[in-house]
Design a binder for this molecule. Structure first.
Ligand SMILES: Cc1cc2nc3c(=O)[nH]c(=O)nc-3n(C[C@H](O)[C@H](O)[C@H](O)COP(=O)(O)O)c2cc1C
Length: 325
């Protein structure tokens, strides 16, 4: 079921292809009850014509937003309805991904140049669901990187009732840079997102890009409504254990890493019993001890053993015993 309570949008974990799958999301949820979790981008084609179930998730993951990739309003509306019926709490449209594959399908960041089409898509989805329909975008694309270009995009899309935007505070170069380079090379311009919030105080704006500490999150939250964190939440996941108390004002005690592992165990056992491989989960928890002296032993033991045929829960126990806390 869609969560009845209002979603806390102070902190979210970014959609990341191949990274924020349901195993990672389950793991993240153990450390933060408040974080809004995003799926990896799922294309309308995969949902409507694919063979697998691309919308499967664990109930514990709520609040959970589905990120859709597409630009056909009829197909997007169909997918939004399916997702809402499956209990997702939000639908997010990807207007930020610069990969070639995505551009060929005419969706992702290249849609920034077609704000009317984005507005039509948002409108079509909003017509068929009661949950929020939101947009994740960038501050610009290619040579269209003026503040006016960004505000024109926002104006046209908000006119169709979109009130929540996440802005990755760097533009995308659609030709010449790989998706990875497009997350690193174009410079971050936080001031532009702050200005957007000043000019559009009625919108809920989340800032994304390059955030890697709780202190930075707090500082951004003085200017915008929310922060979305991607790579740091994945590579150094234990940072999530501070989110509820430090950012969301929840009086929660911070759990230990040992407790996180303990809470993951029944989930991993269930996964193995259902025929799943251990490394499908361990790949996501490998950063848990990031920054601690024992981190290398943990990583190494998991990488060398979790992929082996028949690897079971004891691999995690042994890896943990090798960590010096
Ligand atoms: C491995 C990986 C996959 C990503 N996949 C998506 C995606 O599916 N949809 C999307 O909107 N952004 C995607 N992104 C971009 C992130 O959502 C985010 O905007 C970007 O990493 C900047 O945030 P960060 O500096 O906190 O990582 C991806 C990023 C990474 C590292």
């Amino acid at each position: 079921m869609n969560s009845a309570k209002i979603i806390d949008r102070t902190f979210s974990i970014a959609p990341m292809l191949d990274w924020t799958d349901r195993h990672y999301r389950y793991f993240a949820r153990i450390m933060s009850k408040q974080a809004l979790l995003y799926t990896e981008m799922v294309t309308t084609g995969a949902i409507l014509h694919g063979k697998g179930d691309y919308l499967a998730y664990n109930e514990e993951e709520h609040p959970l937003a589905l990120q859709l990739g597409g630009s056909n309003s009829v197909e997007l509306a169909k997918c939004a309805k399916i997702a809402s019926d499956r209990g997702y709490d939000e639908i997010n449209l990807n207007v930020g991904c610069p990969s070639d594959r995505v551009q060929n399908g005419r969706f992702g960041a290249c849609l920034m140049a077609e704000p009317e089409l984005v507005a039509e898509c948002v409108d079509a989805m909003k017509q068929v669901v009661d949950i929020p329909v939101t947009v994740k975008t960038r501050i610009g694309i290619d040579d269209f990187d003026s503040y006016e270009f960004l505000t024109q995009f926002i104006d046209i899309v908000q006119a169709k009732g979109c009130t929540d935007f996440t802005i990755h505070a760097r533009k995308a170069w659609l030709n010449g840079l790989s998706p990875k380079e497009n997350r690193e090379i174009p410079p971050l311009d936080y001031e532009r997102v702050y200005l957007l919030k000043k000019d559009y105080p009625h919108l809920h704006l989340s800032l994304n890009g390059g955030i890697n500490s709780i202190e930075q999150m707090k500082s951004h939250l003085e200017h915008v409504d929310g922060v979305m964190v991607g790579r740091e939440a994945y590579n150094n996941p234990f940072i999530l254990s501070q989110v509820d108390s430090q950012l969301c004002g929840i009086d929660a005690s911070v759990m230990t890493r040992a407790e996180v592992i303990e809470q993951m165990m029944p989930y991993i056992e269930r996964h193995l019993k259902q025929g799943g491989r251990l490394n499908h989960i361990t790949r996501h928890i490998i950063g848990l001890f990031q920054g601690l002296p024992g981190s290398r032993n943990w990583r190494r033991y998991l990488s060398e053993n979790a992929h082996k045929q028949g690897a079971g829960i004891e691999v995690i126990k042994t890896a943990f015993s090798k960590v010096e806390l």
